[in-house]
Ligand binder design. Structure first.
Ligand code: ADP
Ligand code: MG
Length: 232
């Protein structure tokens, strides 16, 4: 069973005053297997974030069929979708979405705040994931004392906390300079290689697609190509 299986997925946003609305995805079919590192490339407005939101069970208002781990995403209740996300998915966005008044530790621990796990176990796991992203020793600091690249590492640590097997990343290097972005991409690569994480990385930057072994190209909501390549 593929990890993701999309069949003729269509998404239309309603727009006030426009009966036809705006078509964001126009019949996308694809499968993604466990352990892939995939880039989704396309210009601004081509439907990348819409696709990622559907893969992430964040948007379940679309036509066609989408399955994650065999589950029909459109059929899920909000509670079941939340549970599926917790079990399967970590999210990384362009804007790091850290809570400024909280320490790095509390930001990273956020996904565990509804768990019944003892605090000292959560603390230990926070330390593990912070070490994994190269931020040992920074747990007590506020995000304001970190560089952009370090803030993205905190967001990645948070996405890793619950050991979800899939990372969905929307323009994760979009707020970073090229060199810093490259170190973040290499971190995704090593998480993919060493921990077997499936990584789906949405980007409008051609350069970013180089780390992937498969590149999907979106044009005006359609899958224009789906190609394997030697990752670098
Ligand atoms: P990308 O991430 O590739 O830039 P998006 O998936 O965000 O593209 O958007 C695809 C299309 O859908 C664009 O034309 C965009 O303007 C439109 N769109 C995105 N979100 C909304 C929304 N909430 N309401 C109306 N139109 C939207
Ligand atoms: Mg986008």
């Amino acid at each position: 069973m593929p990890l993701f299986e999309l069949t003729d997925v269509r998404k239309r946003y309603t727009l006030p005053g426009s009966p036809e609305g705006r078509v964001a995805l126009d019949g996308v079919s694809l499968t993604i297997d466990r352990g892939e590192l995939i880039a989704v490339h396309g210009t601004s407005g081509s439907g990348k974030s819409t696709l990622l939101n559907i893969l992430g069970a964040l948007d379940r208002d679309f036509q066609g069929q989408a399955r994650l781990d065999g589950q029909d995403l459109r059929a899920l209740s909000d509670a079941d979708a939340a549970q599926l996300r917790q079990r399967m998915l970590g999210f990384v966005f362009q804007a790091f979405h850290l809570i400024p008044g909280w320490t790095v530790r509390h930001n990273v621990a956020l996904p565990a705040s509804f768990s019944r796990e003892p605090l000292r176990d959560i603390d230990r796991r926070v330390d593990e994931v912070l070490a994994r992203v190269g931020l040992e020793g920074r747990a007590g600091d506020p995000p304001s004392t970190l560089s952009g690249g370090q803030r993205q590492r905190v967001a990645i640590a948070r996405a890793l906390l619950l050991k979800a097997p899939v990372l969905l990343c929307d323009e994760p290097t979009g707020s970073l300079d090229t060199a810093t972005g490259e170190t973040i991409l290499q971190l995704f690569r090593s998480l993919h290689r060493d921990e077997g994480l499936t990584v789906v990385l949405v980007t409008h930057e051609e350069r970013v697609t180089a780390i992937a072994s498969r590149v999907l190209r979106l044009e005006s909501g359609k899958l224009a190509s789906d190609a394997r390549q030697e990752a670098s």
